[in-house]
Write a protein that binds this ligand. Structure first.
Ligand code: NDP
Ligand code: HSE
Length: 407
């Protein structure tokens, strides 16, 4: 089968590399070769093995009826949306690593794919090299999904690990993540949580069957985490992790949020470090399942893209039934109404805190100032907690971070 790659950067070049290096095992599985006919990019790649396949003209790929399979690894929504839509309309199968595109226009593109009886697959868009979308859709198909949460961004997990384990300054850790090809073109998407939000939307859409837009999910990144809170976490049996979190509520709506969490060291998510991603999924029949692996980087991500390309080639005649339903503006509950436990740090009188909040677990940190108070609350809504905190006279809040619990 003849194929093309759109975007020959970190991921696209990894796809080329795998198609070249593992051509024999791919051919053995498929019974035919996946032959790269074009690579679209704006730059030149002198000396590259696929130098002779380079084009700057998208129409070369669109109009070549021999090309049946395209991997989109350009990133962004423009022109990726237009290119993907036109390729699907032309009857070509498309695979993608572009979570921004899928989270924004997944429903539209899946609908176009269905109308033209072709596949649109995007395993690499969540968890990089970690198999998660296909297992959710296929292996766990017998379940009503109840909940998922996980570390979905390699860059921020890498930064937090470096800060937590090596006391490396934030900027140095970010620069290292960029050199390793983990970060987005604009790393603000990693740091401020937009990337995790997109992945959370894709997972939620698959788990709960309706397109979830990034605007529906309250999102907070790691930029406000202070070293003092890292110290409190370390001293009291927690890690701080940026999580995408989603669960089905009794009301039928979902609670979806992206936020830093205090994670108890006893939870397997706490053991996920460096560029690795880890995702816990809970289904009503299977109970808890844990997915783990490299969440970013050229070859791990390309491994997922090429897996999708092979799947498309295997289902070239009979399209896979994969996708989700339309948007529903009321489907995501306002996060302020959803229950969570919280870590709070501030300055004030400990007795006033006890009086306003009742049962809380106070945390200790050697060398902390005498008027500093840090504690973990029981589960409650953020609105309830905010009202209680506001009622404490002379209490200044320095940090408020969700805590991952069993409920
Ligand atoms: P890169 O920036 O390394 O690669 C993108 C490539 O596409 C660049 O070479 C870029 O050229 C080219 N490109 C962009 N627009 C066009 C266009 N209009 N025509 C032709 N070429 C174009 O990004 P990555 O490979 O890191 O990421 C690609 C996608 O995969 C993104 O959506 C990203 O979020 C996602 N992803 C990345 C992962 C990673 O670990 N890096 C992991 C999982 C997903 P130029 O540089 O000249 O703009
Ligand atoms: N920037 C992303 C990350 C790439 O660090 O996880 C993988 O999606």
């Amino acid at each position: 089968m003849k194929a093309a790659i759109l975007g020959y950067g970190v991921v696209g070049s990894g796809v080329g590399n795998i198609l070249y290096k593992n051509a024999d095992i791919i051919e053995a599985k498929l019974g035919e070769k996946i032959e790269l006919k074009y690579v679209l990019d704006l730059r030149d790649f002198p000396g590259d093995i696929f130098e002779d396949k380079l084009t700057r003209n998208f129409e070369d790929i669109l109009n070549d009826s021999e090309v049946q399979l395209v991997c989109e690894a350009m990133g962004g929504t423009n022109p990726a949306y237009d290119f993907t839509k036109r390729l699907l309309e032309a009857g070509k199968h498309v695979v993608s690593s572009n979570k921004e595109l899928v989270a924004t226009y997944g429903y539209e593109l899946l609908t176009t794919a269905k109308e033209h009886n072709v596949n649109y697959l995007f395993e690499a868009s969540v968890g990089g090299g970690v198999p998660i979308l296909r297992p959710l859709w296929q292996c766990l198909a017998a379940n009503r999904m109840e909940q998922f949460y996980g570390i979905l961004n390699g860059t921020t997990n890498f930064i937090l690990t470096k800060m937590y384990n090596e006391d490396m300054p934030f900027e140095e850790a970010l620069s290292l993540a960029q050199q390793l090809g983990y970060a987005e073109k604009d790393p603000t998407a990693d740091i401020a949580g937009a990337d995790v939000c997109r992945k959370t939307c894709i997972l939620a859409s698959i788990c709960f069957g309706k397109h979830i837009d990034p605007e529906q999910v309250a999102t907070q990144g790691i930029q406000d985490i202070q070293i003092r809170d890292v110290s409190y976490a370390k001293a009291n049996g927690y890690e701080i992790k940026l999580l995408g979190y989603c669960r089905k509520l009794d009301s039928g709506k979902i609670d979806a949020i992206v936020s830093p969490f205090f994670v108890p060291k006893s939870n397997q998510i706490a053991t996920v470090s460096d560029v690795f991603n880890g995702i816990v999924v809970v289904g009503d029949m299977v109970d808890e399942v844990f997915f783990y692996g490299k969440g970013a980087g050229s070859l791990p991500t390309a491994s997922a893209c090429v897996g999708d390309m092979i799947d498309c080639a295997m289902h070239a005649q009979k399209r896979k039934n994969f996708g989700w339903g339309e948007r529903d503006a009321a489907f995501v509950e306002d996060h302020k109404n959803c229950q969570s436990a919280y870590y709070v740090r501030g300055t004030g009188d400990i007795n006033a805190v006890k009086e306003a909040l009742g049962e809380v677990s106070f945390l200790s940190l050697q060398g902390a100032p005498l008027d500093e108070v840090a504690f973990i609350t029981p589960c409650q809504t953020e609105s309830e907690l905010d009202a209680k905190l506001a009622s404490i006279a002379d209490f200044t809040i320095a940090a408020k971070i969700r805590v991952l619990t069993d409920n």
